[in-house]
Design a binder for this molecule. Structure first.
Ligand code: SAM
Length: 316
């Protein structure tokens, strides 16, 4: 497909998904989304305080995130060169603010058994560990061995303790890991990445296609089903993507809701103006009404496009 035709296909799809005109899509997907800063709460108290003071001094435009402790929006990314070395020392984690949502939604508690099924490079897993001061039994998994090795290095840098690091394929992970083992599971899957598309770049859609979306859709549904089996009764599963196509967002969650009657979709409990409810239909497919509690993050000057659903399993 020519790149112009691909761009038109993308614009048409995103205009339908976001409820905007095709000619408005370019302005939504026009830009570099700034990184946010999460100060690593696993640092000792003094180093933590020093780090907060340093970043606030070098980046006076920081805005604390009211639903996420130790994190700041950084709209202008002013002072970036001063702050970047802190990331190389494990003192801050730099990522788009949308990536702060899943660990907060997961809300792991001290002592929980937690599995992050697609962990690398580790931003969300490290955030989960930091929220409970390493007081959880954290299992990390990523099917790509080189990425898993990097994850192990970064976990050490950020002072994150984990119980296991495995390289299972998420869609079959239930064959290797005991059933009903975890209180909390994060499934932050590989996706078509539409939330990160910057249409100003000539190769922005190089890896994007509707065929790829169809392929991911079935894989992601299998991953959700495998994750369901590993979740304890009373446990919480957070499913997230950095994409906006309903095939990769509502569809896999809808499938797992259809298959298992003991699941519910919970509201996240915090919000931003970019947070929109999950869809209840898409191109003829109807979704479970409870998916309105899922959150689609509209791309903005702060957030990348993102999707998060918080699913709970009834206690037995
Ligand atoms: C969106 S990234 C995860 C980002 C990570 N959660 C974080 O916060 O840093 C998706 C990850 O899934 C891994 N992956 C891809 N296919 C997989 C599969 N079938 N099973 C498990 N992991 C997979 C990729 O190697 C990649 O690291």
């Amino acid at each position: 497909m020519s790149s112009q035709r691909k761009t038109r296909t993308f614009e048409k799809r995103m205009s339908e998904v976001l409820g905007i005109r095709p000619d408005e899509v370019e302005s939504v997907f026009r830009g570099a989304r700034p990184t946010s800063i999460r100060v690593n709460r696993l640092l000792d108290d003094e180093r933590y305080r020093e780090t907060v003071e340093f970043v606030r001094d070098k980046a006076p435009g920081l805005i604390p995130v009211d639903w996420c402790e130790h994190a700041f929006l950084w709209p202008d990314n002013d002072g970036f060169d001063d702050i970047l070395p802190l990331a190389h020392e494990g003192r801050v984690y730099l990522q788009n603010a949308a990536s702060l949502i899943p660990p907060v939604a997961l809300d792991a508690q001290p002592g929980d058994a937690v599995l992050d099924i697609a962990s690398a490079p580790g931003g969300k897993a490290f955030h989960i560990a930091a929220r409970v001061g390493n007081d959880c039994e954290l299992w990390l998994n990523d099917s790509a061995p080189p990425r898993a090795r990097k994850l192990a290095e970064l976990a050490e840098l950020y002072g994150v303790r984990y119980a296991e690091l495995t390289t299972h394929n998420a869609q079959y992970i239930d064959k290797s890991v005991p059933a009903e083992r975890f209180d909390r599971i994060l499934l932050d899957v590989q996706c078509s990445g539409e939330g990160r598309v910057n249409l100003r770049k000539s190769d922005a859609l190089r890896y994007w296609s509707e065929e790829r979306i169809e392929k991911y859709k079935f894989l992601q549904a299998k991953m959700c089903d495998a994750a369901y089996k590993l979740l304890k009764p009373g446990g919480t599963l957070v499913y997230s993507t950095c994409t906006l196509s309903p095939e990769e967002d509502e569809f896999p969650v809808n499938k797992v809701l259809q298959r298992h009657s003991d699941l519910a979709v919970e509201p996240l409990g915090f919000s931003e103006e970019e947070f929109l409810p999950g869809l209840n239909s898409w191109r003829g497919a109807k979704f479970d009404k409870r998916l309105k509690h899922a959150v689609r993050v509209m791309p903005s000057d702060v957030f990348e496009g993102f999707f998060v659903a918080k699913v709970t399993k009834a206690a037995s």
